[in-house]
Write a new protein. Structure first.
Length: 163
């Protein structure tokens, strides 16, 4: 039997228990068609790069599957029919990844980072004082006030042309 990785995205407005129910439903389809879901990972509610069917976020789920092609095709067909599934992508792989996927490993690394706190390593900039090289903000003295009207400039041009 072939090995597959399948990632699918569920709508943002369904609950986590509903996502788990969908996960179980799709796993049953694979099992009933002679395959096996080796592992599944729920990546949680994540932001999408762009809107999909008016959704900005989605629940991500990944399956590692060992199954015949017909079982995977049936699972994908059911995903397309289910209105709670926004997108799905299934790839055939040479070997299934052992352990956690990269997405879950990244989440763990973030929690291992030290707390940044109030950035105590930076000196206090305090009051930056007078910037003597700059003049006061507002109209510059070397220019007149900025009142420019296109209608006036067009009239003055046409008068100059007529003379």
């Amino acid at each position: 039997m072939a090995l597959y990785e399948s990632v699918w995205i569920a709508r943002q407005d369904i609950s986590t228990t509903q996502v788990e129910a969908l996960t179980e439903q799709f796993s049953e389809i694979i099992k009933n068609n002679g395959g096996e879901v080796k592992s599944n990972e729920q990546w949680g509610l994540r932001s999408l790069a762009y809107k999909i069917k008016k959704n900005r976020k989605g629940h991500y789920v990944m399956f590692n599957i060992e199954a015949p092609a017909s079982a995977v095709a049936e699972m994908e067909r059911n995903m397309r029919l289910n209105e709670d599934v926004l997108r799905c992508l299934t790839l055939r792989v040479d070997a299934l990844q052992e352990g956690q996927s990269v997405m879950l490993q990244q989440r763990g690394e973030r929690s291992d980072r030290p707390d940044r706190g109030d950035r105590g390593d930076r000196p206090d900039r305090g009051d930056r004082g007078d910037r003597g090289d700059r003049g006061p903000r507002g109209d510059r003295p070397d220019r007149g006030p900025r009142s420019f009207d296109r209608a006036e400039s067009n009239e003055s041009r046409s008068e100059g042309d007529a003379a």
